[in-house]
Design a protein around this ligand. Structure first.
Ligand code: 5AD
Ligand code: SF4
Length: 369
């Protein structure tokens, strides 16, 4: 029986390469997922509405010093149109993601877009827009966003300092996660897995950090190289097999340690293996974020090499995904928000009488079984 792993056990699992043992770990995590979520898998349509970024993270292709990247910003109409198509296809939630900007024009643009999206689609809205002031987080929350994903990237301040320039701050990022919780968002965080210089102990600490921070959602994935970035140059012993294994082990261990949080099988897994996301589900994940950014733009959201962007055809994309999920014994659920049960447990503990509305969306999806 594999129970709640402590630090020593987390480290041991992260060092294990034995296939038989790992199959047992994944089966135990899947059982816990089934206990809390049944066989349900919820989707979030990912809209990457701008790749303009003021930051310069050493690992990311969107960093401001990457001058060879064509930058774009979708209009509000384009975002709403994309969301409406997602809504019509039966998705319950979207994620609005972009490079980091804090100027007032951007803050206002997001606020207006969220308000409009809420009014016109009532989709669940997750934001993934980096570090902002508490006031900005509050404005976007009041406009109707109810989840926010801000990856800590690594819980080790020392490792954080090696993958970011000196003007990026671990403590600011951590404070942002607290601010989001205070405001009332369902809060997600996550890390990159298999970073140069990262140890099994660092990764074990990451899982303990998720637990300590009492987060509701996890979005994490293997680190992938991007040739135009400084970190890729220092990454000499890269192995696809290792990145994939660690990515899956992190999902399984996080599921065992934090049973009722939403965990995404992320795009980085798909980049490493055509069935990577389904493997993530089998290791205990319960969320998939299909990329629904219009193709004209998606190709320029160049976080790392080989990142798949959406193929043409919304209906086919979802049909294909539903089939792949069914093939591994799980079931995509349409027309629901799929909020994190942990959020409600947390709010009940706090004695909250009202929580951010989570009514399922009313319109059923059309055309996808
Ligand atoms: N490999 C994997 N993930 C990356 N991200 C950025 N660059 C990379 C990379 N090279 C992730 C970061 C960030 C999110 C938007 O994308 O974790 O938070
Ligand atoms: Fe910008 Fe985010 Fe990439 Fe850093 S990880 S450069 S903040 S898009």
């Amino acid at each position: 029986m594999i129970g709640l792993p402590n630090k020593r056990e987390l480290v041991q699992w992260l060092q294990t390469t034995d296939h038989r043992a790992l199959s047992e770990l994944f089966a135990a995590a899947l059982e816990v997922k089934h206990r809390y979520f049944g066989h349900k898998v919820h989707l979030r349509g990912l809209i990457e509405f701008s790749n303009i970024c003021r930051k310069n993270c050493y690992y990311c292709g969107l960093r401001r010093d990457n001058l060879s990247l064509r930058r774009y910003q979708m209009t509000a109409d384009e975002i709403v149109e994309c969301a409406q198509r997602a809504h019509m296809a039966g998705l319950g939630s979207i994620v609005l993601q972009a490079g980091e900007r804090c100027d007032e024009a951007f803050v206002q643009f997001v606020e207006d877009a969220v308000r409009r999206l809420k009014r016109e689609t009532n989709l669940g809205i997750t934001l993934c827009l980096g570090e902002q002031t508490a006031e900005t987080y509050r404005r976007w929350f009041d406009a109707g966003a109810h989840r926010y994903l801000l990856r800590i990237e690594t819980s080790s301040p020392e490792l954080y300092a090696t993958i970011h320039p000196p003007d990026h701050s671990y403590s600011t990022r951590r404070a942002c996660v607290f601010a989001l919780r205070e405001i009332g968002y369902q809060v997600g965080t996550g890390v990159m897995i298999g970073l140069p210089g990262q140890t099994a102990e660092n990764l074990a600490d990451d899982i303990l950090f998720f637990d300590e921070m009492d987060v509701d959602m996890i979005g994490m994935g293997p680190y992938l190289r991007h040739a135009g970035t400084p970190l890729a140059a220092s990454c000499t012993d890269y192995s696809v097999e290792r990145q994939l294994r660690l990515g899956l082990v992190m999902i399984a261990l996080t599921r065992l340690r934090l049973p009722d949080v939403n965990i995404a099988a992320t795009m980085a897994l798909l980049t490493l293996h055509p069935r990577g996301r389904e493997m993530g589900l089998k290791a205990g994940a319960n969320i998939i974020m299909p990329n629904i950014t219009p193709t004209d733009y998606g190709q320029y959201y160049d976080l790392y090499e080989g990142r798949p962007y959406r193929e043409e055809g919304f209906g086919e994309l979802l049909e294909d995904l539903s089939r792949k999920v069914r093939e591994v014994g799980e079931e995509v659920v349409f027309g629901e928000y799929g909020d994190s049960p942990h959020y409600f447990a947390r709010m009940r503990c706090k004695g909250a009488t009202t929580v951010r509305s989570v009514a399922p969306t009313s319109r059923r999806h059309a055309g996808v079984p």
